[in-house]
Design a protein around this ligand. Structure first.
Ligand code: S3P
Length: 167
C-alpha cells in the first residue's frame, strides 16, 4: 500500500498552513510537505508566474497532479494550496484521511494578507476578493474536514495545540 499523510491541512491563503504544518510535523516527529512548494520546484517558476503565463485553469491542472502525487508519496503533514479543494477529484481523494481545516474570518484574512502581488488572487481589492473566495469555498473546506480549527486571535503555537487535541 502506498503511504498516506498523517494529516492534510487545508484552508485559505495566509491562514498559517505552512507555519502550523511545520510545528505539527515537529511535534509529531514526521516530515512536512507543501504542494505549493512542490509545484514551484517542479515548474522552476513561482505560482504568480504560472498564473500570469498560463492562467488559473492551467495552474489548477498542475496543482491537481501535484496533490495526487503528494497524497501517494508522503506520510507526514501535507499542506495543500488554498484552492486545491476546488477540484472534485481532489476532494474525493481526501475521503478517509485526517483533514484539518484552518479557518479565519474575512477581516482577519484581509489584515493578514493585504494586497499581495505574490498571491495572484489578491492582487486587486483584497476585501472583495476574500468575501467571494470564502463564500465559494467555506462549504467545500467544511465538507471534507475531519476537524475545524479557528485561527482568529490565536498564535501558531496555540493553533497547533488545538489541532493536536482535535486529532
Ligand atoms: C491559492 C492559494 C495559494 C496558491 C495560489 C492559489 C488559492 O496557496 O496555491 O496562489 O486559490 O487560494 P496558499 O494557500 O498556500 O497560499
Amino acid at each position: 500500500m502506498s503511504p498516506a499523510p498523517v494529516v492534510v491541512l487545508v484552508g485559505p491563503m495566509g491562514v498559517g498552513k505552512s507555519t502550523v504544518g511545520q510545528l505539527l510535523a515537529e511535534r509529531l516527529g514526521v516530515g512536512y510537505r507543501d504542494t505549493d512548494d512542490d509545484i514551484v520546484a517542479e515548474q522552476g517558476r513561482t505560482i504568480a508566474e504560472i498564473f500570469v503565463d498560463e492562467g488559473e485553469a492551467a495552474f489548477r491542472a498542475i496543482e491537481k497532479q501535484a496533490v495526487r502525487r503528494a497524497l501517494g508519496e508522503h506520510d507526514g503533514i501535507l499542506a495543500l494550496g488554498g484552492g486545491a479543494i476546488l477540484d472534485e477529484d481532489t476532494r474525493a481523494a481526501l475521503a478517509g484521511l485526517r483533514v484539518v481545516y484552518l479557518s479565519m474570518d474575512v477581516e482577519e484574512a484581509v489584515k493578514r494578507t493585504g494586497l499581495n502581488a505574490a498571491r495572484p488572487l489578491l492582487a486587486v481589492n483584497p476585501r472583495k476578493q476574500w468575501r467571494e473566495l470564502m463564500e465559494a469555498r467555506r462549504h467545500l473546506y467544511e465538507g471534507i474536514a475531519t476537524a475545524v480549527v479557528t485561527t482568529d486571535g490565536r498564535t501558531p503555537e496555540e493553533v497547533t495545540q488545538v489541532a493536536l487535541d482535535a486529532l
